[in-house]
Write a new protein. Sequence first.
Length: 383
Amino acid sequence: METLTGISNYNYSLEKIFSEADDFLPLLGTDYVELYVGNAKQAAHFYKTAFGFQSLAYAGLETGVRDRASYVLQQGKIRLVLTTPLTSDSPLNDHLRRHGDGVKVIALWVPDAHDAFEQTVGRGARPFLEPTIEYDENGRVVRSGIHTYGDTVHIFVERNDYRGVFLPGYEKWDSEYNPGDTGLKYIDHMVGNVDWGQMDHWAKFYHDVMGFANLISFDDKDISTKYSALMSKVMTNGNGRIKFPINEPATGLKKSQIEEYVDFYEGPGCQHIAVATDDIVFTVSEMRKRGVEFLHVPGTYYDTVLDRVGEIDEDLRRLKDLGIMVDRDEEGYLLQIFTRPVEDRPTLFFEIIQRKGAKSFGKGNFKALFESIEDEQRRRGTL
């Protein structure tokens, strides 16, 4: 597995990187992301109101499910499932007690869930869900699953023979409250935070167990400030549709954002979900109107950004007003912004990203981003 350090060495072929991925596990895309939350009804209202997700499906007491309630939301190709326990003895409570609200399932769309399970377990994955066939009047879905970092799991979803709204056991969720969307299209990548010395272990897991290749690596020289640092390896599948950066802390004068996350999440987990848009100015403007809070970018960042990234289509003054950052690689440029944590624990947050050719992850913004996060940590007393 080739390791590439820093986007300054961005003179490699993406085709070569993707070809290094072993496609014994074909992945068609992200099927859904399931969060375990303390109150799914209220969380669904938040994601509809603030992020512009639309009501899709529901499962709970009314559909014959006795131990949990799940609300499914959709925007573009993104499906969020918000699940809450209904009884005190539900195993979901163990997850909530330890982690608070957070991502439990990263579900991947596959052509054959039996084969995906056999391939990954045969290569050393710990089973989570044996291949299970679920039926209703709309057809059948096959699901299987494996454990990954922390309490996070991957569910493989085979839905070739299903015509229903989401999965068997769910019914269409009709709602009179339907705010407009904010232009979100698909999940660009999802970042996992792991503990000290665990990045290489989990990068190797994705390489050996799931056939991923190392797209790019960052060390503590690439991602650091005066006070804190991290290291990261970005793992990608063969068609580039699934990208999982894996972060671990690096030694610094003070506590990094990765350490803070692991402390409050009480273990490894999904730190942020990067969602793509074709018009980040519209998306961020809408989300700000709806109460979404974003990290503050120092105004001085914009004094020199065009010297670094060159000509862009957008009005820099508008980007500055909204706090949107810009970076460029050899393929083009990208625009990105990060929300504050969407939970009271400083854990899960979202990235909004628009790619205009760029295939990278905004290395030129890392220092400004880290400084913004450190300001938040200072306010929380966790730096």
